[in-house]
Design a binder for this molecule. Structure first.
Ligand code: MTE
Length: 318
């Protein structure tokens, strides 16, 4: 991952309400002027804001949410992304995300389980009640956001498949569709994108199987139709567009660790005291803020997760 922290242009920092009203304005303007402008022009006008028609999701706000922290505007959350299957820069994923057609989708859960499962998108959405979780999201590159995700605890799905006594780890595999995901036509990572958690981390109530954000289905560039969100770890642990969850008895290989083991470990817990070999992790740039803020151990979620790492040397197991 690149060291330089890129800042969004101020024109991109648009509060959600403003962004929505701009969209309604454009939609209305398109309706009124369509005949005069012609369909092509109308499409051009609407294109950047209507890559995918958003679909509303009903979800209850979970008590496990950050309180008092300002949410990062929708526009930033959905236009400043790391999604290497689409592009290695941060602005391109949103621009070209419409090349990806996630549905129909199958999520397979297998490995050391009593009841392996294959779910289509509708079955997945019915598996457990949807919750809104407002989480801090800290990228290993040094930027952070606060995002209202929608999903349900991964534990609900894992309980359903009944892990066997031998299961100790959970491996996540992202989608492989080079025709729809142009980044996969290049060997920047060993495709498919792979991530993993220890079983207790995967079962932790914070770990969210995520299907939406800001009250809507996940935009493609944020990992549609289903991704993992692990808020006490650096963002790269939160694999996007996952097709397979496999329970195993040994630590699974992970993409970033495979590509650069001295820089990206398996655990990757947010830790201001353990620097990346090329930069400090002590502070972070919250997108939309001018001054850097201090990074919190476990991204501020120590009360929920510190117990899982008792007795471990977090410098060694970074
Ligand atoms: N998952 C896949 N499949 N491909 C990726 O390139 N990037 C990771 C993670 N999950 C990535 C991925 C990184 S580095 C980060 S910081 C987060 O997704 C970014 O999530 P966001 O774009 O929703 O903020």
């Amino acid at each position: 991952m690149k060291q330089r922290i890129e800042q969004p242009k101020s024109s991109e920092i648009t509060p959600r309400e403003l962004y929505m009203s701009r969209r309604s304005f454009l939609t209305a303007a398109a309706g009124i002027g369509a005949a005069a402008l012609g369909a092509e022009k109308v499409n051009e006008l609407l294109h950047p804001l209507t890559v995918k028609a958003a679909t509303h999701l009903n979800a209850q706000r979970s008590p496990i949410s950050t309180t008092g922290e300002k949410q990062t505007p929708y526009q930033d959350v959905t236009s400043y992304n790391n999604f290497y299957e689409l592009s290695t820069d941060k602005e391109t994923p949103a621009r070209i995300a419409s090349s990806f057609h996630p549905l129909p989708w199958t999520l397979q859960i297998d490995g050391l389980v009593g009841r392996p499962l294959k779910l289509d998108y509708d079955e997945l959405m019915k598996l457990a009640p949807l919750e809104e979780r407002v989480y801090r999201h800290r990228c290993v590159e040094g930027w952070s956001m606060v995002i209202p995700w929608i999903g349900f605890p991964l534990k609900a799905l894992l309980d359903r498949v009944q892990p066997t006594g031998q299961a100790r780890y959970v491996a996540f595999t992202s989608v492989t569709r080079p025709k729809e995901l142009p980044g996969q036509q290049r060997g920047v990572l060993n495709w498919p994108y792979k991530e993993g958690l220890r079983l207790d981390e995967a079962m932790n109530p914070l770990t969210l199987l995520t299907v939406g954000l800001y009250g809507e289905v996940l935009p493609n560039q944020n990992g549609a139709p289903v991704r993992i969100v692990v808020p006490w770890k650096y963002g790269f642990k939160s694999a996007k567009s996952i097709v397979r969850i496999t329970l195993t008895d040994r630590m699974p290989p992970t993409s970033w660790n495979e590509s650069n083991p001295s820089e990206y470990g398996f655990y990757s817990n947010v830790n201001p005291k353990v620097d990346h070999p090329r930069w400090s992790q002590a502070r972070e740039r919250r997108i939309g803020e001018l001054f850097r803020r201090e990074t919190l151990l476990f991204n501020g979620y120590g009360d929920f997760v510190a117990g899982m790492y008792k007795g471990m040397d977090l410098r060694k197991d970074f």
